[in-house]
Structures are given as C-alpha cells and as structure tokens.
Design a protein around this ligand. Sequence first.
Ligand SMILES: [Zn+2]
Length: 57
Amino acid sequence: MIIKENDILEFKKKHPCGGNTWKVLRVGSDCRLECVTCGHQIEITRSKIEKNIKAVK
Ligand SMILES: [Zn+2]
C-alpha cells in the first residue's frame, strides 16, 4: 500500500469525535495523521494504518 502526504484515509474504527477520516501530514516508519473532523493529531505506525484502513480517498 502506498500512503502519501496529504492523502485522506478512511479508517474502520471511528475517532471519539465521530470522524473516521484522517489526513496524512508526514510519512515515515511512524506516520503523523490529523483527524479531519476535529483536528486532533496522532502518531501511528504504518502497520497499524494497514490494519485499520478502509479506503484511501
Ligand atoms: Zn477526531
């Protein structure tokens, strides 16, 4: 799977704010994502992304 900066990812699991779309801010062994709905940022490993992802928009 190829994930690039500025991609919008849709996850299976919802964020507590109710959103399930995340914008990719930085790609590396750990990726930085921003919740599109509430703006919260997280660091997440690529393997966790691959487990949780539903779609890339
Ligand atoms: Zn959120």
